[in-house]
Design a protein. Structure first.
Length: 495
């Protein structure tokens, strides 16, 4: 049996997946750690992780899937990598990590992005980089330059999290246009590194790794990595992409008008465009999709809500009875009526939110009545609050020209909740299609595309299995919209 191997470097865990190359079926998957991976917050709004922890958990997940299948090192045809977007990893000339990674939900660099946006010019940033520098990787590096000059002086390479894993696997430090675009380093009009961004922030060009295609040979497993993982030296690494473009790929979302979504720690709706477009306030962001080229433009319009599954997990830790599972929480939430008896929860408790123009308004509960509300209502209101934050962003995406009729998602995380999926269908008017896939499986299949084992994405994802379809319920749409409007008024009053 021949396999394709995918790694998914998340902020909660690291997942490995072995896919049977011929059938496209998942042979084994596992993740580590079993509890959420540590995120260090030295100050409010900060979020850091140790890249060494990603590698240690990757090794554990890898060992598990190899043991589950009995696969041998020679059975692995290729490796694909997907990873948490917008992070910053810095290494010296000996490839040693210089400081903990500043990850996606860290908001310390917001002022740097705002100053750059004004100095470079809003029109130039949006028409050429398709985004404000905001709180993305370039602005994070600017923070390091100003606040940790002793670190900045020692930088040999800057990397995204997936580039770090690629380095650990192959010994080579490379990146992609998709990766550079998510860091706000890429000028789409010039089809090159953005002179405006790197000159404004004073970033040496030598910091940037060599470019490789998203699909294609990016390096080969080194003797050192082969020894650590039990892989065959020379196994090709043939794909890498950020988690949201990769999630869209995993759902076979490649072409204009197609929409994908996730609802893990953060929540995302991601749609494909074939022309340059942007939100003038940069509340939703546009990046290169996995199949973007200078000749055939494929852009991903990304709505990101930081406070999504992290709110649900907070509820589980702090509100639910000890031992209560997520399935049991979902069942309790379903016992509360639409609108949770007038209770609204604003879910933005995980740092600055781009959909709110980088405001950090925190999580809050509104309308609670000690005589009528209980745990069921709080659980439902938290799920509805997450859905309503999605719809708030979907309204912005519609303004950019997105026609949102069908949303594809993996049958996982918040989409396992009937309350969540049905409320999203009702309030958005879109049909929700749920599939049996995940990011690591998608990365594995993409590696098959990268090596030419699969001739196309259609062939690679022919085995994609639809688990459920959730249509808007006409009887409940008005009630959902009413609850959303109450929620939205709270948001508008706080801005």
């Amino acid at each position: 049996m021949k396999y394709l191997l995918g790694y998914d470097i998340g902020s909660s865990s690291v997942k490995a997946c072995l896919v049977e190359a011929e059938s496209g079926k998942i042979a084994a998957a596992d993740f580590f750690p079993k509890e959420e991976m540590k995120i260090t917050a030295v100050k409010a709004g900060w979020a850091e992780q140790e890249p060494a922890d990603w590698w240690a958990n990757l090794k554990s997940a890898h060992k598990s899937v190899m043991q589950k299948t009995g696969a041998q090192s020679s059975d692995i045809l290729a490796i694909g990598i997907t990873y948490q977007m917008h992070g910053l990893v810095l290494t010296d000339r000996d490839k040693n990590v210089l400081r903990p990674a500043i990850i996606w939900c860290d908001s310390r660099a917001v002022p740097y992005g705002e100053k750059a946006f004004k100095a470079i010019g809003a029109e130039k940033c949006l028409s050429q980089m398709l985004n404000s520098p905001g709180n993305f990787t370039a602005s994070k590096l600017a923070w390091v330059k100003d606040n940790e000059p002793q670190v900045f002086e020692r930088i040999e390479r800057l990397m995204l999290p997936g580039d770090y894993i690629g380095m650990k696997l192959t010994g080579d430090i490379v990146t992609t246009v998709e990766g550079l675009s998510e860091g706000i380093f890429w000028d789409f009009k010039a089809n090159a590194l953005s002179d405006d961004v790197i000159n404004y922030f004073g970033i040496p060009r030598s910091f940037f790794p060599a470019l490789k295609p998203v699909f294609g040979i990016q390096g080969y497993v080194s003797s050192e990595a082969a020894h650590e993982l039990g892989l065959k030296e020379g196994t090709p690494v043939a794909y890498r992409a950020g988690d949201q473009p990769n999630n869209a790929l995993s759902l076979n979302v490649f072409e204009p008008g197609e929409i994908a979504s996730t609802a893990g720690t953060s929540g995302v709706v991601y749609g494909i465009l074939d022309h340059l477009n942007y939100d003038p306030r940069s509340r939703v962001n546009t990046f290169a999709h996995v199949n973007h080229t200078a000749e055939t433009m494929r852009l991903g319009v990304l709505l990101c809500i930081n406070g999504t599954g992290i709110l649900n997990s907070w509820m589980k830790r702090n509100l639910a009875v000890e031992g209560l599972s997520y399935d049991e929480m979902n069942a309790l939430a379903a016992q509360s009526p639409i609108g949770a008896k007038g209770l609204s929860i604003i879910p933005f408790g995980n740092g600055a939110e781009r959909v709110l123009c980088n405001d950090d308004i925190n999580c809050s509960i509104h309308g609670i009545n000690f005589n009528i509300h209980d745990r069921k209502d709080l659980l439902r209101a938290s799920q509805e609050g997450i859905v309503f934050s999605f719809e708030y962003g979907l309204e912005i995406m519609r303004e950019t020209g997105m026609d949102i009729r069908t949303i594809k998602a993996g049958y996982a995380n918040m989409f396992l909740s009937p309350v969540f999926a049905q409320t999203l269908a009702n309030v958005s008017g879109a049909t929700i299609e749920l599939y049996n896939t995940d990011g690591a499986a998608g990365a594995a299949k993409a590696a098959g595309i990268g090596t030419g084992y699969y001739a196309s994405n259609r062939e690679a994802f022919a085995s994609l299995e639809k688990r459920a379809t959730v249509e808007p319920d006409a009887a409940d749409t008005a009630s959902c919209r009413e609850a959303y409007n109450v929620w939205k008024k709270i948001i508008l009053s706080r801005k």
